[in-house]
Design a binder for this molecule. Sequence first.
Ligand SMILES: [Zn+2]
Ligand SMILES: [Zn+2]
Length: 264
Amino acid sequence: MRELRIAVGRAGARAQTWPPLLLKGGLDFLFPPLCVACGGRVSEVHALCSSCWQSMAFVEGALCACCGLPFEIDPGEGTVCGGCYAKPPRFQRARSLVHYDEASKGLILAFKYGDRLDRAPAFARWLERVGRPLLEDADLIVPVPLHRWRLWRRRYNQSAILAQHLAKAAGKPFTPFVLERARATPSQGSMPSAKARRRNMLGAFRVPKDQRDGVRNRNILLVDDVFTTGATLESCARALQRAGAGRIDALTLARVVRPASHTI
Ligand SMILES: [Zn+2]
Ligand SMILES: [Zn+2]
């Protein structure tokens, strides 16, 4: 059976010594590991079962060197898409794990709204794999913040939880207070166009005064759940640039890929 498995690190290997192994065997018997997408039985924790694995469209192959948009035909290393060529984003690289589609939607929405925070370690480990070059260059791991009202309603910020697990997996500092929402914005999902999304996000974020020294000349890796048009990440990158940040990259779980945007 094919499963998306994550190599167990040294800490994991240590945990496999005799008494914990017995304990693990007992726990597996009581609580067998389940597929993080469909809940079916799998042989390892943090794994997808073979049918879920096959249904996921991973973002791979030739990508825009900047925004990570997949190309249908490989135009060669370092090529950027039409959108990035016309208007270079303020972030240097954005990369994502999966396409945002019917197969991944349920998984991501359950994480965002449905209290399925138990999926965070699995997502973080997968993201660590696709985002390794970005993580290597990062000094700070910064989640896209929620406005405090939305945070209060939703009770948690899924991007912060993801970023925290990612930072831990990569051994990098998790710095959730580097960015804050300057104002509450209507949900990006309710915006009718990419232009409206950009306008909605203008000035939405800022770096608080007491965080500016910590940001200056530091390379930042932004973490969010879904890359839709890039407007949110662009707005975050603008605030970070103003505060004097160095390189800014972004990593998201999923990415919306519209066929119309496949121009080179
Ligand atoms: Zn499954
Ligand atoms: Zn691009």
